[in-house]
Design a protein. Structure first.
Length: 472
């Protein structure tokens, strides 16, 4: 433990002296637990220190200037962000000036923290510990906090691909929101797992023997579907549990991508793959960046088992998401926020850039199209390709002009035609996941008012409006 972290613990302990939690524990137990969670996630030192101090401004006499003096501006910036995020959750007073009609907590939370995503990660660690200790609160508060966790924080964890966190938050919350259903599904899962245990062990042994014969280095473990995920899938499949094929999964972790595909072939040489159940999330990652090969097979004893095959790096990212490979250590959004620079983000994190732009507009008192923003941030995403193979992230429902404006304003403003998968299509064509889109441009073609009917995203609409106002 570094001296800076030890110093933060000492100051936080002194600041929270005499305060207790509802459980009767000394209050300092909470920030220390948040600190430990952030350390487990591999967060940078500034974030860990901000986790220790995250409640000091709100609940003690410590000031932001003191934190800045003792630990530097980045830590103070993060603590201030967490404090403002708490204010935004409880009252949303500042944002209500601009958004009086909006009651969507998830959207408001995101706008409130748009300047640095680490603020959200600290808040997620804070929420995780609060959920782990929720039993100390009265029943009405338990249900309220659990409902908010299901609707707000678990989806946010999923957006950052923090899979392990999403599962734990959702399952704890569901156990308070609908305890009867939770217990019922828990018993069903336990019964199914007991019945399948012998078959799973034999399958793992057979696969292990095959991988050893092929001299493949691997790690293998099992995964049981989470209770809340099962609840959601049963709703989708008319409560027919036999229609759910991923109740049990075996994960195989290997050294590189080539070996992932080799292992997939070996598994198919052992078992019969189910038609339509082989999914390549390595070549086509999920919208949150998740990568893995999935295949569902039928074993000789007629068991249906899903295999997930991935590299160690992919597995770490699947478990901990953004926090697992926290590249903000090298390029912090804090600095970009202060300097006004827009950072180049991976495709699956482009929503953060849009968030920063929205937060900046709100600080400047500009109006924001909340309906469009919500749609872009939380709608299902598709990935489409340029002819050169670059991946562009767009919401479901996006049209060719949305794609063109995402590439560049100049391209968007001079669209004369579009090819999708090599064929000419109209500008009203809805793009689909995996489409290859080629934009044809001409300097003679300029933006016009009729294009508003052929645009889906707020980003493209904003760029078109700017072009029309400037006469370009």
């Amino acid at each position: 433990m570094s001296r800076r972290i030890e110093k933060a613990i000492k100051l936080a302990t002194e600041a929270h002296e005499g305060q207790t939690r509802k459980s009767g524990e000394a209050y300092i137990s909470h920030p220390l637990a948040v600190m430990k969670i952030l350390e487990d996630w591999g967060m940078d030192e500034d974030t860990v220190i901000a986790g220790v101090l995250h409640d000091t401004i709100e609940d003690t006499d410590m000031t932001l200037e003191q934190i800045k003096s003792e630990f530097g501006e980045p830590v103070a910036f993060l603590v201030d962000g967490v404090t403002k995020l708490s204010d935004a959750r409880s009252g949303m007073r500042d944002l209500d000036t601009y958004l009086p009609q909006t009651k969507d907590n998830l959207l408001r939370l995101l706008i409130a923290l748009g300047s640095d995503i680490r603020v959200l990660i600290i808040k997620l660690a804070d929420r995780l510990h609060n959920m782990r200790t929720l039993s100390a609160l009265p029943p009405d508060k338990q249900k309220k906090i659990a409902k908010e966790t299901l609707e707000v924080f678990a989806p946010l964890a999923d957006r950052l691909n923090m899979g392990r966190l999403r599962v734990e938050l959702a399952d704890i919350a569901f156990s308070y929101v609908d305890p009867k259903r939770y217990t019922e599904l828990q018993k069903i899962l336990e019964k199914r797992n007991r019945a399948a245990e012998k078959s799973i062990q034999k399958t793992k042994k057979d696969v292990a023997n095959l991988l050893k014969r092929e001299k493949i280095q691997y790690e293998m473990d099992g995964r049981v579907k989470s209770i809340y995920s099962l609840h959601k899938k049963l709703m989708k499949y008319d409560q027919n549990i036999d229609a759910i094929y991923d109740l049990l999964a075996i994960r195989i972790i290997v050294n590189d991508i080539t070996t992932c595909y080799l292992v997939l072939g070996l598994i198919h040489s052992l078992y019969t793959p189910m038609d339509g159940r082989v999914k390549d999330y390595i070549a086509m990652p999920k919208q949150n960046g998740y990568q893995s090969l999935h295949t569902t097979v039928i074993t000789p004893d007629k068991r249906i088992i899903e295999f997930q095959i991935r590299t160690k790096e992919m597995h770490d990212y699947a478990e901990h998401g953004l926090a697992a490979s926290f590249w903000y250590n090298e390029q912090k959004l804090t600095e970009n926020y202060r300097t006004g620079k827009i950072q180049h983000l991976p495709t699956h994190l482009l929503w953060i850039t849009e968030l920063q732009q929205t937060a900046a507009h709100l600080r400047e008192g500009k109006k924001v199209d909340l309906k469009k923003l919500k749609l872009n941030l939380f709608a299902d995403k598709i990935f489409v390709y340029t002819p050169k193979g670059d991946i562009i992230d767009l919401p479901v429902g996006a049209l060719p002009l949305d794609f063109a404006y995402r590439l560049h304003s100049e391209i968007g403003g001079h669209v004369m035609g579009v090819k999708v998968n090599g064929k000419m299509v109209s500008l009203n064509t809805r793009l689909k996941h995996g489409d290859v889109v080629e934009i044809l441009t001409s300097k003679k073609q300029t933006a016009n008012m009729s294009w508003f009917d052929k645009i889906f995203t707020a980003h493209a609409r904003q760029k078109l409006r700017q072009q029309l106002n400037s006469g370009k």
